[in-house]
Design a protein around this ligand. Structure first.
Ligand code: NAG
Ligand code: NAG
Ligand code: NAG
Length: 310
């Protein structure tokens, strides 16, 4: 909470600029009701998890959509060292520009309303250019021709969609975050930071940029860090949910290493490179718990310096 309650003359000035550019909505958030850096939400693996947080795409419009298999097409552009193709790409997002932070927002094809809300707040070119932030939505594929057509139209209109050709499922969320990191290194390699956030997380960018000024090291990362937690083996166990039951063959130890709340974390590009090197050594699918795998297991032995922003 400390971040949200800080208010220096500089921040107030920043808030005024935001007022002019983004309008009253953002002003309210920044000045009248200062928020923490990242809106805190319950950890995904605790009993308070709300199932609506990650809607399962397949349950959304099963009846009205024409089924079209998600194919792995060799025509799609590929990022070296990453098996999945890019169905929709925005290769020029960072090209020849001075970008400080790439904001990758993981989203699913049907969350148009969420994306529009974020665009309204952040697609003001002036504000993102001044802060040197670029935003892309990282999306996987659904077996529906109609949804795909809508997504393509959205992409034509806004130019901020990056779609990979793996299947959009809850159990592929880890793959999606890894895809975001690979895309960052392939297409925005000069940016210092990558932010991975969920489409429904609220980020106070002014506060975040304040923190990043103190975190310039190549091992640095910012997130709401959790302590070690015990592994959920049985849905009837206290604090477990069926979604988060992990079999011993998926993860053998009884506790997870410390990890970040998965809805938002910021990583230095050099740390990302080393995390992806560790990931290359894996011989089976990654643990499906995205936050545990990406922010706990991958960097476990990398001496990352975590700025805990809770
Ligand atoms: C990154 O910076 C280098 C050196 O300034 C430049 O040559 C290169 O084109 C930049 N890459 C991108 C993707 O903008
Ligand atoms: C993840 O995506 C791949 C590629 O589309 C698919 O074959 C696989 O079934 C998905 N995995 C899970 C666990 O949903
Ligand atoms: C990958 O595995 C090899 C062989 O086990 C090991 O030598 C290497 O250090 C590993 N690399 C990383 C980045 O973990």
């Amino acid at each position: 909470m400390f971040l949200g309650s800080r208010s220096s003359p500089k921040r107030m000035a920043a808030a005024v600029v935001a007022t002019l550019i983004v309008g009253t909505m953002l002003t309210l958030l920044l000045t009248i009701n200062p928020r923490p850096l990242i809106q805190t939400r319950q950890a995904r693996h605790t009993q308070n998890f709300s199932p609506s947080v990650i809607p399962d795409v397949f349950s959304v419009h099963p009846v009205f959509n024409e089924i079209e298999e998600v194919k792995h097409d060799d025509e799609y552009a590929k990022i070296p060292g990453w098996p999945y193709g890019l169905r929709i790409n925005e290769p020029d997002t960072c090209k020849d520009q001075d970008v400080y932070l790439l904001n990758t927002i993981t989203s699913n094809p049907t969350q148009i309303y969420h994306r529009d809300l974020i665009r309204k707040m952040w697609r003001s070119e002036a504000i993102s250019r001044r802060l040197k932030i670029r935003t892309v939505f990282i999306i996987a594929a659904v077996p529906s021709a109609v949804t795909q057509r809508h997504l393509q139209e959205e992409s034509d209109k806004y130019g901020d969609i990056v779609q990979f050709d793996f299947l959009e499922t809850r159990r592929n969320l880890t793959v999606k975050s890894l895809a975001a990191l690979h895309w960052f290194r392939a297409y925005c390699s000069n940016a210092t930071w990558v932010l991975k956030c969920d489409v429904d997380a609220f980020i106070n960018f002014w506060a975040l940029l304040d923190v990043l000024r103190f975190a310039e090291g190549s091992n640095d990362a910012v997130c709401a860090r959790s302590k070690t937690r015990s592994v959920c083996r049985d849905a009837h166990q206290m604090g477990c949910m069926a979604h988060y039951v992990v079999e011993p063959w998926e993860y053998a130890a009884a506790v997870y290493p410390p990890y970040c709340q998965g809805y938002a974390y910021v990583l230095h590009r050099d740390l990302v490179d080393r995390m992806l090197q560790v990931d290359r050594n894996r011989t089976s699918p990654p643990l499906f718990l995205e936050d545990v795998y990406v922010t706990g297991l991958l960097p476990r032995d990398l001496d990352a310096r975590w700025f805990d922003v809770r």
